[in-house]
Ligand binder design. Structure first.
Ligand SMILES: [Zn+2]
Length: 372
């Protein structure tokens, strides 16, 4: 990895797309308006919140699939959408009982071939939560490898070149085995997903070490991270050489009445006692010092983080309108890239001091900002 800040590429947040065209169309209409075009964006230009996306085809209802895919393909061909990734949907499907990796394989093989125009195709994977005992985790990783190789071999050449195997690893041995098993796939596509068994928004040291090893083993590999999303996580992943990451947090938080500001997650009401549940949710999820903010505190957060957008300009509307909260949250995540330009190892140290020394030692540097 280069230690020269000037030639490092940015890390992009990829939003999870709605699974119905009507929902996406409505969001696009509100976001792509004259008001947002003319808005004095703090960062000098309009954010690109719907320019990249991730979607699990198997989670889209059968009758919603054709209209959604037709419109997305059109947006991709017109160049509005700059990249679309199909996720295998393993994470969602294995929450249902009776779903098998063989079925995931069969369903996705059919769906992927129906939609050959997207940019990346995640191969079937069997997700393994951090509390899986090691033998269970290893069995799931083995079945993921088997299904991925099998699936890859059945894909036409044009999709082989856009396929992404998923790394599920806890040890150096797992990593070595998966790099070896996936070598033909990685040679064909040069991209992969890495499932970080992070606890909520936090990276763990072992994952960081293993990601660093993967980057060393396969220099130039385009890595998408599944699992964690927060400003210090984005900083760390970016410094380690990860290119993209996704998270449902902006939309999920909006549905729960929560707003992102930089690295804070807050709920917003006129009076603190109005929304005790949101405050509880927030404390559990992030431990922010702001908690349930008032109108004045919301304004202060905007000043502190340098964020403004047409949606949090109207706090009354923000309170009522989930779509406004969603758009605001997506804009904040899009802005992470800008914050990262000035984010330093010192900032990182203040948030995650226990991981700072390792990262500094790997990068061989400490206080420089990540200019790109
Ligand atoms: Zn805003």
């Amino acid at each position: 990895m280069s230690t020269n800040n000037g030639d490092r590429i940015p890390i992009y947040y990829i939003p999870v797309m709605p699974t119905e065209w009507n929902a996406l169309r409505h969001g696009l209409r509100v976001f792509e308006s004259k008001e947002t075009d003319d808005y004095p964006w703090a960062q000098g230009e309009k954010p690109k919140i719907y320019r990249r996306g991730l979607i699990s085809l198997i989670t889209v209802k059968r009758n919603a699939r054709l209209p959604l895919m037709g419109h997305l393909e059109k947006l991709r061909k017109e160049g509005y959408l700059e990249g679309l990734m199909f996720d295998s949907g393993g994470f969602q499907m294995f929450r249902r009982t009776g779903y098998t990796i063989e079925r995931l394989e069969r369903d996705n093989l059919h769906l992927y071939q129906e939609q050959p125009w997207a940019d990346s195709y995640v191969l079937p994977d069997f997700p393994t939560p951090p509390d899986d005992p090691l033998p269970v985790m290893e069995e799931k990783a083995r079945r993921t490898m088997e299904a991925s190789v099998n699936f890859f071999n059945k894909l036409p050449q044009n999709l082989k070149e856009k396929s992404m195997p998923v790394f599920h690893v806890r040890t150096e041995d797992h990593l070595a085995e998966q790099i070896k098993t996936y070598s033909e796939i990685l040679d064909a596509s040069n991209q992969a997903c890495y499932a970080i068994p992070g606890i909520r928004k936090r990276l763990d040291l072992k994952s960081m070490e293993l990601i660093h090893m993967l980057v060393q083993e396969r220099p130039g590999l385009k890595i998408h991270s599944l699992g964690v999303a927060s400003l210090p996580a984005a900083y760390c992943m970016h410094r380690l050489g990860i290119h993209t990451y996704d998270a449902v947090s902006p939309t999920l938080s909006a549905a729960m009445g929560l707003l992102h500001f930089g690295d804070e997650l807050v709920s917003f009401t006129d009076r603190r006692e109005d929304n005790p549940n949101a405050s509880k949710v927030k404390r559990r999820r992030q431990g922010s010092k702001h908690g349930n903010v008032t109108l004045e505190e919301l304004e202060q957060l905007r000043i502190d983080t340098g964020h403004r957008c047409p949606f949090c300009d109207k706090p009354e509307e923000l309170k009522r309108n989930m779509e406004y909260r969603q758009l605001h949250n997506l804009i904040v995540f899009d802005e992470f890239n800008l914050y990262l330009r000035h984010y330093t190892m010192d900032n990182f140290n203040k948030r995650w001091p226990q991981l700072h020394d390792w990262l500094a030692s790997v990068l061989g540097e400490s206080e420089q900002p990540t200019l790109f």
